[in-house]
Design a protein around this ligand. Structure first.
Ligand code: SAM
Length: 277
């Protein structure tokens, strides 16, 4: 990263040095997150060929999928370990990424109006200060072409409370204060060292995510609950492996995806926005 790149939170950096983020979407409730996120991207994305900037793209789970679909994809992430893993995959990939480098969502160094699609599937929940999220969203708006689409993910304000019930985490006396602070102000902190309690983050209410995107001058096409309630089921991976029960999980997620009173029951929110033409 160059001298102008803002500082990356050291707690978050240490978390991704340890946590197996490059395999996260292959397991448990994250399988449903990945399926539904892809469904929503496919529904709203301009068709290939087009330029995609995957900002905060980790080791490239969505970047490689979009490259395989014919898009020209640039991957950016502040974690050197994840970028090294993406570069390793890229070296032998039949549809390689156009570029892959360490960088930050607040200052991407991509040219103005250079992309039809920007993915921000991570930065908005790891930038805990509102002014930093505004910088990331302004930067996304800057690099989008007029008419281009932004796909930005947030974590729901109530994820810890719901996850605590689903996984019986309240038996740990250290967990309740984490979930209570999340519900109070969205500022998720994990002083325990347990990787499954995640790391420093901001958990949004749906209306806050909407307001932040509008403040960047973007027009909202949709604000979705990604998983619906299915992510809380202890056997979600088994259900997804069974065609009929998989269809049911996806059907319910789809039915509830835009219902304002239930958006926050999903672990993830996804806003789809466009830069005015
Ligand atoms: C949970 S991972 C998600 C990765 C991938 N986009 C996905 O959806 O599976 C969150 C990602 O956000 C990245 N991230 C955190 N802070 C960031 C920032 N300031 N700028 C860009 N990316 C950031 C992390 O390095 C990490 O790869």
């Amino acid at each position: 990263m160059d001298e102008q790149t803002p500082e990356f939170d050291s707690t978050i950096a240490e978390y991704y040095r340890q946590a197996p983020e490059e395999r996260r979407l292959e397991q448990g409730p994250f399988l449903l997150e990945a399926l539904r996120t892809r469904e929503l991207i496919e529904r709203h994305a301009p068709a290939a060929p087009a330029v995609v900037l995957d900002i905060g793209g980790g080791a490239g789970a969505y970047a490689f999928w979009l490259a395989e679909a014919g898009y020209t994809v640039h991957l950016l992430d502040p974690v050197p370990r994840l970028i090294a893993e993406a570069q390793r995959r890229n070296a032998t990939h039949p549809r390689p990424l156009a570029s892959c480098r360490v960088g930050d969502a607040r200052t991407t160094n991509f040219p103005d109006a250079s992309a039809e699609i920007v993915l921000l599937l991570g930065p908005l929940y790891h930038l805990t200060a509102a002014q930093d999220r505004a910088r990331a969203l302004d930067e996304a708006a800057r690099v989008l072409k007029p008419g281009g689409r932004l796909f930005a993910a947030a974590i729901s304000r109530w994820t810890s409370a719901l996850d605590g019930l689903a996984r019986d985490l309240f038996q740990d006396p250290q967990f309740a204060p984490i979930a209570e602070q999340d519900a109070r102000d969205g500022q998720h902190r994990n002083p325990t060292g347990r990787l499954d309690y995640f790391t420093t983050a901001y958990f949004h209410r749906p209306e806050d995510l909407r307001a932040e995107v509008l403040a960047a001058g973007l027009l909202i096409d949709g604000l979705y609950g990604v998983e619906g309630p299915g992510w809380m089921l202890p056997d979600v991976a088994e259900r997804l492996a069974d065609p009929r029960r998989r269809a049911d999980l996806l059907r319910v997620a789809h039915t509830l995806e835009s219902e304002p009173s239930l958006l926050g029951i999903s672990a993830h929110l996804l806003v789809v926005a466009r830069k005015p033409a």
